[in-house]
Design a protein around this ligand. Structure first.
Ligand SMILES: [Zn+2]
Length: 375
């Protein structure tokens, strides 16, 4: 295992932070990239990465690694240092208010411009050449702020990978994952191994989250190539990427984390990064659903939040999901499920303000459009 340290742009003199990446197995061939806790106060991924790190070290010592596996065990040193009145603030950068998992660069146009000479000469560059162009495009990204340099560093580490897995969690949630419909067949075994209750699919979620900046690159390049008159040629979808939501933020225990790390390890075996017998796949828990069918419920007023439905419950439209009780007026507002669907995530605080998203129910019909991810 090789360690690399990546220095971020210092926000002020004397305040340098760095990102650590761990590199297992032989570089130069196929590459898998995994990172934990891009939203810094999402600890399940940190523990899973710690267990996975040991599994990978053992596999490397046994000579079983067939490709490079890059593990960033703590993807957000900026967010980890943010505390306000004793509480961690990991989703947004405090100085800018920006979400750490949004606004990743779309570098397809820059890379495509670099690929134009061989294309003009009649040759569609191979995947290795495309990846070299993607790396060059990442090198050229600006990184004037600490946050932008973090985004640039993470994207540079992942952009030439065959597989990208971004480990997150929700407030309170069942195991679920996000990816595109195109990539879902490749990721189905991962959902099976993780015991995911749900996979939420979208061609483009909006907001440019990290995984999509990797996974959408080849479809974006193909779109540019088609616009330039090359519709008869296309690159394959060479980057399989997903965001994995490792249940809720307090679901931090060795039982879950060892099972999740073994699931990731097993998927790396299936993908050919690790030699050895591949694991038996348990059945898929549920067919994937459109992210556009995930319906948020919002508190109409502030008060005490009382969850009335269990996580993972199959709800019918009209079933009660939460009560919100205003202690002053005595009003109790019951929010009902807007669709038949699975209650897969919910708010962890039990006192909420008006407008708080308190629950997410995943239905089967596409009812939303535009920005499909929360802020
Ligand atoms: Zn997250």
């Amino acid at each position: 295992m090789r360690e690399q340290r990546h220095v971020l742009t210092p926000p002020a003199p004397g305040t340098t932070r760095e990102l650590l990446s761990l590199h297992f197995g032989p570089a130069g061939g196929r590459k898998a990239y995994l990172q934990a806790a891009l939203h810094a106060d999402e600890p399940p991924g940190l523990l899973v990465a710690w267990h996975l790190r040991q599994l990978l070290a053992e596999a490397e010592a046994a000579g079983l690694l067939r490709g490079e596996i890059v593990l960033v065990p703590m993807a957000n040193p900026i967010g980890h240092a943010q505390r306000l009145l004793g509480r961690g603030i990991g989703r947004f950068e405090l100085p800018s208010g920006e979400n750490f998992n949004r606004q990743y660069a779309n570098i397809a146009a820059t890379a495509y411009a670099q690929l134009r000479p061989p294309i003009a000469a009649g040759t569609l560059p191979d995947i290795a050449s495309v990846r070299a162009a993607l790396r060059a495009a990442c090198d050229g990204l600006p990184g004037p702020s600490e946050l932008e340099s973090l985004r640039k560093t993470l994207l540079t580490l992942a952009i030439d990978a065959d597989l990208v897995l971004d480990l997150h969690c929700d407030n309170e949630a069942v195991m679920h994952l996000y990816t595109t419909p195109t990539l879902w067949p490749a990721l189905t075994p991962l959902a099976q191994l993780l015991g995911a209750e749900l996979a939420l699919l979208a061609d483009d979620s909006g907001g440019d989250p990290f995984d999509e900046s990797c996974s959408l690159t080849f479809s974006r390049l193909n779109a540019l190539h088609a616009q330039a008159g090359g519709a008869d040629q296309a690159w394959p979808e060479a980057c399989v990427a997903a965001t994995i939501e490792l249940r809720g933020e307090t679901d931090v225990c060795h039982e879950h984390a060892t099972a999740d790390a073994r699931a990731l390890f097993g998927f790396l075996q299936i993908q050919g990064f690790i030699a050895g017998a591949t694991p038996t796949l348990p059945p898929l828990r549920r067919a994937p659903r459109p992210l556009a069918g995930s319906m948020p419920l919002y508190a109409p007023h502030g008060g005490v939040l009382v969850h009335r439905a269990a996580l993972g419950a199959e709800l019918r439209r009209g079933d009660p999901v939460v009560d919100i009780i205003d202690p002053l007026s005595g009003v109790c507002s019951t929010l009902a499920s807007p669709v038949d669907g699975v209650l897969y995530a919910r708010e962890s605080g039990r006192v909420v303000h008006s407008g708080t998203r308190v629950s997410k129910v995943s239905g089967t019909e596409e009812l939303r459009s535009g920005q499909l991810l929360s802020a």
